[in-house]
Design a protein around this ligand. Sequence first.
Ligand code: KIV
Length: 285
Amino acid sequence: MVYSELPPKTTARKKVRVPDITAAKGARKLTSLTCYDATFARLLERTTLDFVLVGDSLGNVIQGRNSTLNVTVEDIAYHVRCVAAALRTPLLVADMPFCAAGFDAPATYRNAETLMRAGAEAVKIEGATPALCAQIQTLTALGIPVMGHVGLTPQSVHALGGHKVQGKTDAARIRLVDEAKRLEDAGVFAIVLELVTPEVAVDVTAAVHVPTVGIGAGAGCDGQILVLHDMLGLNKDFRPKFLKHFASLEDLVVEAVGEYCREVADSTFPTDGRGHDEPRRQTES
Ligand code: KIV
């Protein structure tokens, strides 16, 4: 097998489609993670995730920036193509990055088109202004499924005054419930709730018929999403309160590379080709 081939389907699991996500509300919890490349997509394919998001969080975890504001539609499209090369079963959702939606309606439609042509099966849009909801309504009417995103919307980090928990006052709670309802009316099939109080998450979840997917929003949502690199513990220093490290890959990677360096230095690696794993890329078949 060459490295770029799709892995054989390891489970009989049915392809997850947009109606499956919507139908999960009240029936089971949705699970999702971000993903940005084919290697991780190949691994996620072997899990029971419902959807995978090529998030603009790639600005942080891939590009090393301290916000998502530098991420472009072309960046997302590139990573969607990478993920689409190896993902078959979970729904593939692409983030519309900073300024890609909400300003100029034709530009919003073109940007969504770019991401769908790259391999996305739905797009996610941050915010719920009336103008944005009108554009979401057009997208959904044209057959482009849209996932909403309210609460902490990182593309508005400067307007929000930082990465702060949202919905702490009654007014803010009412506004978030209204935003979610507006998004539902515009036709979204699910709504990400980021960094809102658990009480707000429960209220929003009860107020809409589409599933809510929380990150830092407590257990009251219809599902959960995390940033893959964060939950795998690839950066031990990043420990927001809501995050759980389900593995400590930072240590594993550093230890493995350290061992490689030691073995090269003391000439125990490479050997004459016996006793080690087969090379990953084969030049001959
Ligand atoms: O970009 C992203 O990863 C996201 C998730 C945190 C929901 O929007």
